[in-house]
Design a protein around this ligand. Structure first.
Ligand code: SF4
Length: 807
């Protein structure tokens, strides 16, 4: 089917403003004679009567928010997406990405069936093969690895796992015999999760009771642009302004960049890049010094506020002493560039407007000092007792799913699983990292701890979105088998040997569990709203078929279909007899689940301290005993003369031992010298950014840079004073140069840029990914070869430096 751009937009039938498709207008007017003319053929419409219309509930997947949607389907064609008003997070609203989902479904550049590479890798020559052939090819190569005792050399590089998919992929790897499920989260940020683990024992992001909070300190998060889920944040933002008569929640945006969230906040505080933690500690200083802390919470539920002695008799410095000694407003003003009076005022306002919360995003977390930044910011919540209270920080509760029976493991699987993980083996792995996609290139180059022989790409495109993607491309050449499950020919898929294309999210079954946001348990079902347009299969089903083709214990670990596996999990919620659907009959439960769009168990229960403070001490740990323990273990294993000091040097922690276990400020580290590369380069996400997947959606491209009236091409924001010194004017082309390469991009002079920093929106610079994405600007990621986030690992995105010159 050949579709022009104009024709495609008509098929997609939805704009960012949520316009109704032309077909729907025809329906509303009746049935003119030309009614059936000009409708492109769409598979799966055969069973539909003329004029038949259904509203089908499902779940958005344009980001990890998992908002409830209703898709209007006319004669088997999806013509509009709107928000599900019953769904608790978005309550009928959608963000621009969610409204635009039909452009994912009807993208004319979708991969239409399984492909086998012909000729050189990445040359773009493919042979269309059947699913049977594709499954057989991949299974045969995987079976050969097993036969050689090399099952551990398979790695799945995965991203945007939703609902059951993470467990299904892990099950596949477990039964097959590999420890290597390498999550691309380390390309985004894991610093916030590691900090929540150290302070609260929760290895997840935290949630917030937005509707009741009165004051929000936003550190480096795109509060209404890209915080999760965007649609909910847009609704909450309105609620904070008008939801409670006479009350207006104050939002303070702390960010080096003046973006849309800063523009919509009550106050913008321009912090020096990477010094968010220092600012938080300055605020903590004022709260403690002026007796504005929540004494009862600190006394009953925290460890390490005061100096203390551990069970081994070691005495430790407390947070109070550290903060009062080192972080006076005057010294913090020098570090952060924020006036001491502002620090004093913000601390007093925060204390006076409780419940309030201090929240954190990538802007503060994705620095080398990111974990310490988040610990310092989160400590503000503990100081004012804003943890697990109305209007404060929540810990997301999970739905009561049943579990699958354990997979069957043979000897090969057991041996393979016992091998070290490819991405985490060795002394250089950060102590709290749980995956390291960002360092894959080096490990592949070294061939350590072993050589990978097969790599699967699932919902990740590291050849576009990783730091130094060019280096990763060369390194992946060493891997004999590359398989992609993407519906689109993105950069990583273009390099694959086999493509087993997934359905889009509007064509498949998937369980979806909410990202931490509302606190109470909530899940939805992503049900197909139309028949698959092409010869695609859901990746879950494809993996099950590969497992069966391998046979033996691997195949036996998947006795049912993917949909049966989903239903097995959901049965737990039905049997719990809790929440929004209560029935003894599972089929009735399932029916209601699809009709309602999900299951939820409101409201949130407060005061489950054992659950929300799951640290070894059962308290909020200003002094992290887990970190202390891990550092001691590292020191005990060290051979240096002063192993404790060596551990701190290894972590690039400048503080003394106790300080390393407390929230404190560490200066950021760049891989490039400041004298030669004077500008920090930061990439950021806009509201139309679908986590790096939006560039192939023309409406999102069109609305990409509304703040600068820009679209379809990238830009770099430079402070006018810096631009003047460089002789650069608005719209001039400039080179951003790093040791690893240079990119050419148009300048936008913007006085909301921190001096010495330049900002580039992330999404552009594809060399593949369809007609609307490819060839638009250059990707800045090749410039980002920088240090990792201490303790957590992952890319320290905001610490890379560049030089700028006029092109
Ligand atoms: S916030 Fe995410 S899940 Fe919700 S509508 Fe927007 S893109 Fe979809």
């Amino acid at each position: 089917m050949k579709v022009s751009r104009r024709g495609f937009l008509q098929i997609a039938g939805v704009s960012v403003a949520g316009q109704v498709a032309s077909g729907c207008k025809v329906l509303e007017r009746g049935y003119p004679e030309e009614y059936s003319v000009d409708k492109p053929p769409v598979p799966g419409t055969e069973g539909w009567a003329q004029g038949e219309e259904r509203l089908i509930k499902s779940t958005c997947m344009q980001c990890e928010g998992g908002c409830g949607i209703i898709v209007r389907v006319v004669e088997g064609r999806a013509v509009r997406i709107k928000g599900n008003p019953d769904y608790p997070t978005n309550q009928g609203g959608l963000c621009p990405k969610g409204l635009n989902g039909l452009q994912v479904l009807y993208d004319p550049d979708r991969i239409e069936g399984p492909l086998q590479r012909v000729g050189a890798r990445g040359a773009g020559n493919w042979k269309r093969i059947s699913w049977d052939e594709a499954i057989a090819h991949v299974a045969r190569q995987l079976a050969a690895l097993r036969a050689n005792g090399e099952s551990h050399t398979l790695a799945v590089l995965g991203g945007r796992y939703r609902g059951h998919m993470r467990d299904l992929v892990r099950r596949f790897l477990t039964a097959y015999g590999s420890p290597n499920d390498i999550d691309h989260e380390s390309l985004c940020t894991t610093g916030d999760k590691v900090a929540a683990f150290l302070a609260q024992g929760i290895r997840d992001r935290l949630a917030y009771d937005w509707e009741r909070t009165k004051y929000v300190l936003v550190f480096g998060a795109g509060f209404i642009e890209s915080f999760r889920p965007t649609a909910m944040m847009l609704r909450i933002h309105g609620h904070m302004r008008q939801g409670v008569p006479g009350q207006r929640t104050k939002i303070v945006q702390i960010d080096p960049r003046y973006g849309v969230s800063a523009a919509r906040a009550d106050e913008w505080v321009q912090v020096r890049p990477g010094t968010d933690g220092a600012l938080a500690l300055g605020l903590a200083h004022v709260l403690i010094r002026d007796g504005l802390v929540h004494k009862k919470f600190i006394r009953n539920h925290t460890l390490g506020f005061d100096s203390w002695t551990d069970s081994a008799g070691r005495s430790h410095m407390g947070f109070e002493d550290l903060v009062l000694s080192n972080y006076s407003p005057a010294s913090v003003a020098e570090t952060t560039g924020i006036a001491a009076e502002t620090i004093e005022r913000l601390a007093h306002e925060f204390a006076a407007h409780q419940p309030g919360v201090a929240i954190v995003g990538r802007g503060a977390a994705a620095h080398t000092n990111g974990v310490y930044n988040v610990l310092a910011i989160h400590a503000l919540n503990a100081l004012v007792g804003s943890i697990d209270v109305a209007g404060g920080v929540l810990v997301q509760r999970q739905p009561p799913f049943a579990s699958w029976p354990d997979p069957e493991l043979d000897g090969v699987a057991r041996l393979g699983r016992a091998r070290p993980r490819f991405d985490l083996d060795g002394g250089d792995a950060p102590p709290f990292a749980d995956s390291q996609l960002s360092t894959l290139a080096e490990r592949l180059e070294w061939g350590q701890p072993y050589r990978l022989k097969a790599v699967f790409f699932y919902y990740t495109n590291p050849l576009f979105s990783a730091p130094a993607p060019d280096r990763l491309r060369a390194a992946l050449e060493r891997v004999p088998l590359l398989v992609s499950f993407s519906p689109f020919m993105d950069e990583s898929t273009a390099m694959a040997d086999f493509v087993l294309p997934d359905h889009t999210y509007l064509e498949r079954w998937q369980l979806d569990v909410i990202s931490p946001s509302v606190g109470f348990p909530l899940f939805s079902i992503r049900q197909p709203v139309v028949a698959p347009l092409h010869d695609t299969r859901s990746t879950g089903e494809a993996l099950i078929e590969i497992a069966r083709a391998i046979g033996g214990t691997v195949g036996r670990s998947f006795p049912g279909s993917e949909l049966e596996m989903i239903k097995q999990l959901v049965r737990g919620a039905q049997e719990s007899k809790r929440g929004s659907i209560r029935t003894d009959d599972f089929e009735e439960f399932w029916k209601q689940l699809l009709t309602n769009g999900g299951w939820w168990d409101q409201p949130y229960s407060f005061g489950e301290w054992h659950r929300v403070l799951a640290t070894p001490s059962g308290k909020y740990e200003f002094y992290s005993t887990r970190l202390d323990e891990r550092l001691r273990a590292l020191a005990a294993a060290g051979r240096e003369q002063d192993p404790e000091a060596a551990v701190l040097v290894g972590l690039a922690a400048s503080g003394r031992w106790d300080e390393a276990c407390l929230p404190h400020y560490e200066p950021i580290r760049s891989a490039q010298s400041e004298s030669e590369f004077p500008f920090i380069v930061a990439s950021y996400k806009t509201m139309t950014h679908a986590e790096g997947r939006g560039a192939n959606q023309p409406h999102l491209q069109e609305a990409f840079g509304v703040q600068f009236d820009r679209s379809w091409e990238p830009w770099v924001e430079i402070h006018p004073d810096d631009a003047h010194a460089l002789g650069v004017h608005d719209d001039d082309e400039v080179w951003l140069r790093a040791p690893s390469g240079q990119v050419r991009v148009k300048a936008v002079l913007h006085d909301g840029t921190h001096r010495g920093t330049v900002n580039v929106p992330f999404e552009y610079g594809h060399t593949a990914y369809g007609r609307w994405a490819a060839g638009r600007g250059e990707n800045v990621n090749p410039l980002v070869r920088t240090a990792q986030v201490s303790l957590a690992g992952g890319a320290a995105w905001y610490d890379a430096r560049v030089a700028i010159s006029k092109a």
